[in-house]
Design a protein around this ligand. Structure first.
Ligand code: CUA
Length: 330
């Protein structure tokens, strides 16, 4: 029922936040009940009665005033204490991390783009929008942005943190149960903000290692490409040629495939080397199926208004060929 909310924590970091939230809610609820109770009692007990004259006038009760100053003060100090504790448990902060980062094999870099997430592993894997991690392992994530301020937030796995151009912030990322955890950009970053989604895929170590191995292969020795169901090898081959003919590689990298004039490693838009292995496309906008890829290529702006990917006015054959090629990148 709690779904992907903060109240369904899956990591020690998220648990610390959830506990803090529940504790402060209970304290607040207690205060409301006391105030509402006293207010109700006094307004009934001391209500105006017929024939009653002016009530006795009192000015100030020192003991009471000290009490209602000291009690909230102590309460706020206590809440401050548990808040600081939750911050320590949920975030590595800026300073303590540098030393730890150098030794941590579980390092990740997340770079915010309008409107997608670039994800780089210490092993060299470069992917987008879907972060695979092994269950129960703590990753140190370095976050930054190439354009505007974005904010990384996967409620079940930890705190929210900004991705700021020219600055690196750090986050611990961990999930203690296998599953897919949804997140989103939570800082307004332009037209495509609402469709800047991400997901954490927490899986057993063996599956994670297999995934990482597969991602490290430079994908298309073109002959190895297998067409998706319903498409032919000829269409895949035609798709490769179209991909090289259109300026796709000015923005998208595909390891093992270079077009004339394209940069060595384009990072303007998501790396497509293993595009077909992802669950969703357009930063979580729609599921990764051939029909959706075709719809996306036909008019990216229709699915994600403001997206920087142009509409190349592809005809039906070109759409089929490119879809066949992209979906075969596994
Ligand atoms: Cu990126 Cu909002």
């Amino acid at each position: 029922m709690l779904g992907h909310s903060v109240l369904n924590p899956m990591s020690p970091q998220a648990l610390a936040i959830s506990n803090l939230f529940i504790l402060t809610m209970i304290v607040s609820l207690g205060i409301i009940l006391i105030i509402a109770g006293v207010l109700t009692y006094t307004s009934i007990r001391f209500r105006r009665r017929p024939g009653q004259g002016e009530p006795p006038q009192t000015f100030g009760i020192t003991k009471l005033e000290i009490a209602w100053t000291v009690a909230p003060f102590l309460l706020l100090v206590a809440v401050f204490g548990v808040t600081v504790q939750a911050m320590r448990l949920s975030s590595p902060g800026q300073i303590s991390i540098s030393a730890a980062e150098a030794h941590n094999p579980h390092r990740l870099t997340v770079i915010g783009h309008q409107w997608w997430w670039q994800v780089r592993y210490a092993s060299g894997v470069d992917t987008a929008n879907e972060i695979h991690i092994p269950v129960g392992q703590r990753f140190v994530v370095a976050l930054t942005s190439v354009d505007v301020i974005h904010s990384f937030w996967v409620p079940q796995c930890g705190p929210k943190i900004d991705l700021v151009p020219g600055q690196t912030n750090y986050l611990w990322l961990e999930c203690d149960r296998a599953g897919v955890y949804n997140g989103a950009c939570s800082e307004y970053c332009g037209a495509g903000h609402a469709w800047m989604l991400l997901r954490i895929i927490a899986e057993p170590q063996a599956r994670f290692s297999a995934w990482e191995q597969a991602q490290r292969r430079a994908a298309p020795a073109t002959a190895r490409l297998h067409p998706p169901a319903g498409y032919s090898a000829r269409e895949v081959a035609a798709g490769v040629r179209l991909f090289q003919y259109f300026p796709c590689q000015s923005c998208h990298n595909v390891d093992g495939l270079r077009s004339n004039g394209a940069p060595a490693r384009a990072e303007v838009a998501p790396d497509l080397t293993h595009f077909g292995s992802r669950q969703a496309l357009a930063a979580g906008r729609i599921g990764n199926t051939p029909a959706h890829v075709t719809a996306w290529l036909a008019n990216p702006d229709k699915l994600k208004p403001g997206v920087h990917m142009p509409n190349f006015q592809l005809d039906q054959t070109q759409l089929r060929d490119l879809t066949a090629f992209l979906e075969s990148l596994r």
